[in-house]
Design a protein around this ligand. Sequence first.
Ligand code: ZN
Length: 126
Amino acid sequence: MSSRDHRPKASEVFRNSNLVFAQKVSFEEAFPQIEDITIMGEEFSVGGPHGKQFCSNPLCYRGGFSVGSVIRDMVRNKETEREARGLCQGNEGSPKVQKIYRKCYHTFKMKIAIRYKEAADAGAVS
Ligand SMILES: [Zn+2]
């Protein structure tokens, strides 16, 4: 039982960080082919109710970047590594007056590494 060193499983990472689909679908259900995933970002902060990274722009209102869509794309293309960039989806403004001044220009940069499970049905040669 204790012969294996403890590494966080993808599901644990998912649970701890709410990265992808925080609500309905578990990580394993959404991406059964992923064994392990690592996300490194310059200012990667965990959390967000919709699996987004938070924006560091203090004026930003409803900002963030959806990592889940990038992961989905990577899985579709069977990519193991990608440096992703995404423009913040938020706006600079004030939630109180619901006024938008301008679009937030914050760009998220991150590196995503995925290790896939050994394909049982894809005829993988190793
Ligand atoms: Zn922003």
